[in-house]
Design a binder for this molecule. Sequence first.
Ligand code: PEP
Ligand code: MG
Length: 754
Amino acid sequence: MLSTLRRIIQEVTVAKDLDQALEVIVLRVKKAMDVDVCSVYMTDKVQGENVLMATDGLNDEAVGMVRLKKDQGLIGLVGEREEPVNLDDAPMHPRYQYFPESGEERYHAFLGVPIIHHRELQGVLVVQRHSKRHFSEDKVTFLVTIAAQLAGAIAHAEASGGIDGLHSKARGAAPLQGQPGAPGVAIGTAVVNFTATNLEVIPDRVAGDVKAEVSLFKKAVKDVRKDIQSMLKRMTEILPAEERALFDAYLLMLEGDGISGEVVRRIKQGNWAAGALRETIAEHMSAFDAMEDDYLRERAEDVRDLGRRILEKLRSQEPPKPKKFPIRTVLVGDEITASMLAEVPVKRLAGVVSRRGSQTSHVAILARAMGISAVMGVDELPVSHIDGRSIIVDGYTGRIFINPPPTVRDEFKHLLREEAELSKELRELREKPAITPDNVGIPLYINSGLLADITPSLKSGAEGLGLYRTEFPFMVRDRFPGEDEQCKIYRQVLKSFSPAPVTLRTLDIGGDKMLPYFPIEEDNPFLGWRGIRISLDHPEIFLVQLRAMLRASAGLSNMNLLFPMINSVAEVDDALALLRRAHYELIDSGVSISMPHVGVMIEIPSAVYQVRELARRVNFISVGTNDLTQYLLAVDRNNARVADLYDSLHPAVLRALQQIVDGAKDEKTPIGVCGEMAGDPAAAILLLGMGVDNLSMSAANLPRVKWVIRTFTQRKARMLLKEALTFEYAHLVRHFLNAALEDAGLGGLVRAGR
Ligand code: PEP
Ligand code: MG
């Protein structure tokens, strides 16, 4: 059963659209369960109906015609109950509804299970038999398992095929839902970015020059054939003839009418070579996958391997950059990385949409720093089918619209105008200080990691740089930057802000921030070797960075240093010892530099409980709420599947924050917050109430938070905090704070501050 299940899912996953996916499901499930009928009903959310979309067993003409209101019939019952309905004689059930066109009267036994994706009913999977007999527990669990696994694949197929087809009508102007990554709205053109090795995410693109694409493809095949022949030669002496047959099979697949012929045919129909290759390989893989014979089934992997080899050759022949990006480019991909962002000229980049990742992924943080809207974790993003299409990115609510109808487009244009007006009002606050009406100054700083965003940051009215993530300059190189190289970067940053304070954080790699030249293989990277742990284990890297920082500060007095991912006092002691050593070495060599102020990040739960001991050792504390939330709630900050559970307004996070602030105050150590929470206008009220001394955030969020600080007295914020701490649910805290923002006349921030 397990291998049957795996095969069906694989086939559905590579289906080109929903119709094909549903066809596969009904055919394969009927066969696997040895039943007389298998049908799929899909829920049409717009009409509130369950529609028969595919069947093997009922009359074909009934497809699309049998439509039941959501509360009608046995299908409605399955949907209502959200669990299997197993009947030995369905026509006798009071909820049974008869449709003459279906030819259903012949069947008695009925088993229906719901297809649920992200807690939402997608449809119902039904099997039926002539005989009057309950389905066994084995059959029920098989169908439940398959429906649970299929839900995601169906949602994906629906999104892939539903862009221009029939289903878009059923979906209406339904958007795809992800997570808000960076605030703002973008209306632009999707440009799919993909890596050369991932065949599955290659987009369809119109072939500019069919002849040229065909010859590119033929050249790639020729090169692959050559590689395989030389592999074969090398293997002749090592491998017995039957094992070498694999390579012969590869060569055969490349011959005339096989894969090559089909790709050429698809190119002639208009797709570019890489897209035509993806489609052909997917089709062949699913044919192999459907085979009963284990050996033949395994050949699907060979086909994929072959596809990857051809793709690699194809991509290596592509003309060198620069690529052309349309104005208002929306960068779309399976996983958008920082370097992909950097490829697009800043003026042309309007938005980012990534199938993976979430609000606190570093790409989202970068997008916020650059002031472009982003939506992350769009599970159902049909990456292969949207290149060049018109797209709307709503970075406030995490929705995207592909090929939006004019009504939706107009609505968003209106929103863009509103935004421009709000920004104008906010811009007027730029020169004004962040002081509450009861005279409490809360300096607002910005977070950054790029030299390029320093100027816009300064323009946002920041009073300093509260978090400079030094890992970004490390990430865009192909080796560790040397001491002089680092010194130059840090000095530029310090000088741009001087005399305003700048906090340089020491290297925080690991987790989701990998250096291409320093690979770390771990099962649980966020619980593994990251941040200060790596620095302390590699003093040769850490000391270089510390010396570069100290040298960069010569003659300036605005540098603070910050250690990330601190989990114990021992780590602080060790890091401080190395800092003193680096300082001593420089003094010893005749350079006169004073010791900077040093802080630690509180972002691991253990540090919450030792905040006083930590505070005693340093000059300031900075709370990293991105990681603190992740570790307190045990929710991976990049995992779209659990992103709903990630909420910095969770009562547990709020209580931890209050404890940190109180601990730091007891030790008279200044305390700031530098996680994304600091840039959320609603959360800023609570942080003000708790008594934090400063807030550091993405430049794009700073004007909104300044508005909050200039509107709410600390006294009022304390009262609101007291009440917020009585709520048991995060969403109630959010509603409560949104109401407070609206009461204060800052309703415009409610949507923006989601
Ligand atoms: C944090 O964890 O809140 C933080 C500011 O650091 P980073 O997002 O770089 O992990
Ligand atoms: Mg962190």
